[in-house]
Design a protein. Structure first.
Lengths: 281, 205
């Protein structure tokens, strides 16, 4: 059952919809557990309906919530009938409360780790591997740059392996951890020192981005170095710095990167037309 | 050529499932899909260049909550098809791909909206003891894969193919401007990467 839930958790975002977000994926993931806990009939249908309610979390962190809820459903099935405050009805309500609390908590953590840091880190890993292999084609778009095909694919695949490895591990551990401490609204939130991990990832990403930007300018210098005429080099470096400054200004003003791209395209067109018109400053 | 473009598009549609609905292992990332689709179409290095630049540019968008970011896989696939099938210069194919990826965000939004209408039916089925979630989700995966594949083929590849003669008939300055803007894209992407982490490290509080 556990392995089946684990495999199904990879489809937590399948059927994502605006009315209940990941509800279909969540119900799909815990279905093997519900089928094992409840015999076909009214109780099973009620359990499925319970988990077709709104649900949304970071997909890689979903294991923590799924494991927890599976354990709680097991407890619910064994509960004797009781009063309104301690019986199954109250526990059903608690299941939904714990589910909501955990899903938002883990969404906040997971978004910061995976989308905010690890994903851009994999892009950096790709760039570094390509740079180490001597593939600079992505930086100088007017040059022809070749490396052996395995090296070309190693760049993105190394990042994918690191990222997917971490994500799969966390899905599995989350499921186990969630199941082990099922029933508490803080379950797993203290399993790892998340703020320290987030901080370390930020620092690593910043160090790598510094290295990459410095390396890119170094390459620009090397490619355009001409002892006698420094005009071309200065122009290219100024253009690169100008584009970086533009990106920063545009983002600071709350606009998307497409706005900066549009400005660059317009300025390029204006420059080319200006040059072809024969006018000179 | 058309058959190859169709096969590449449908293959890209399969890869696209990794983006949201299945797995999310990042095999749909443009830095991987670009060289892969490029390799299948005889231009792995151009595919890699366009792919990594699309990835850098699209890093600006984070898929939190209900946000539908531009689709990097669709952008990379459309760029490769525009280059190989339509014969557009690499720089123009890149911008064509970026536009296709941006526009696919609207398609994906419509798909997500349309799936909301399934819920009442699924709940009614469950009340009647028919638990058909697997069937519904399989349909969702199949629909998204087919729609993204066909979108890449028709609205990107075919559009680029039809637009190419018009673009070639236009002023040559168009391609030169596109080349110049394309040469600046790495710096635009690097800036996004650098300032994202810098902001995180120096964030107050």
């Amino acid at each position: 059952m556990f392995f089946s839930i684990f495999i199904r958790s990879f489809f937590i975002q399948a059927g994502w919809n605006y009315e209940r977000l990941q509800n279909l994926g969540f119900a799909f993931a815990i279905m093997p557990a519900l089928r094992k806990i409840y015999a076909p009939g009214e109780k099973l249908a009620a359990a499925v309906l319970r988990h077709l309610g709104l649900f949304n979390t970071q997909p890689y962190m979903a294991g923590f919530v799924i494991g927890n809820i599976v354990r709680m459903e097991e407890k619910l099935a064994l509960m004797p009938a009781g009063g309104a405050e301690s019986g199954p009805a109250a526990f059903e309500k608690k299941i939904l409360e714990v589910k909501a609390a955990l899903s938002s908590g883990f969404a906040a953590i997971g978004d910061r780790i995976f989308w905010g840091r690890l994903k851009p880190l994999t892009t950096q890993v790709c760039i570094v591997i390509w740079a180490l292999a001597g593939f600079y084609g992505w930086l100088f778009t007017d040059t022809v740059s070749r490396v052996p095909l395995p090296v070309l694919f190693l760049g993105p695949l190394a990042g994918i392996a690191l990222y997917a490895g971490g994500a799969v591990y966390l899905r599995w551990q989350g499921l186990k951890k969630g199941y082990a401490c099922g029933g508490t609204a803080s379950c797993g939130l203290d399993a790892v020192n998340w703020p320290a991990l987030i901080r370390r990832l930020s620092v690593a990403g910043f160090a790598l981005s510094l290295l990459i930007v410095a390396g890119a300018f170094g390459l620009l210098l090397e490619q355009n170095w001409d002892g006698a005429h420094k005009g071309g080099l200065i122009l290219r470096a100024a253009l690169a710095l100008g584009v970086m400054a533009l990106q920063r200004i545009v983002r600071k003003s709350g606009r998307s990167i497409f706005f900066a791209m549009g400005l660059i395209l317009s300025a390029s067109a204006a420059l080319v037309i200006f040059e072809r018109s024969g006018l000179h400053l | 050529m058309i058959l190859k473009a169709l096969i590449s598009s449908l293959f890209a549609g399969l890869l696209e499932l990794d983006n949201v609905q299945a797995g999310q292992f990042l095999i749909s990332r443009p830095a991987f899909a670009g060289p892969l689709l490029g390799w299948l179409n005889g231009c792995p290095f151009e595919g890699a260049r366009m792919g990594i630049l699309i990835e850098l540019i699209y890093l600006d968008f984070i898929p939190v909550g209900g946000v539908v970011p531009p689709n990097g896989l669709v952008a990379a696939a459309a760029a490769v098809l525009a280059l190989v099938w339509a014969g557009l210069p690499e720089s123009t194919a890149f911008f064509f791909g970026v536009m296709a990826g941006f526009m696919y965000g609207k398609v994906e939004y419509r798909l997500r909206v349309s799936r909301s209408s399934w819920i009442k039916g699924i709940e009614t089925d469950a009340r009647n003891g028919a638990l058909l979630l697997e069937r519904n989700l399989a349909g969702s995966l199949l629909a998204e894969s087919a729609i993204s594949g066909l979108y890449i083929f028709f609205f990107s590849g075919l559009a680029a193919f039809l637009a190419a003669p018009l673009l070639r008939a236009g002023p040559e300055a168009l391609f030169r401007a596109s080349d110049l803007a394309y040469s600046l894209m790495p710096w635009l992407g690097l800036s996004g990467l650098y300032f994202r982490f810098r902001t995180q490290v120096y964030k107050k509080g």
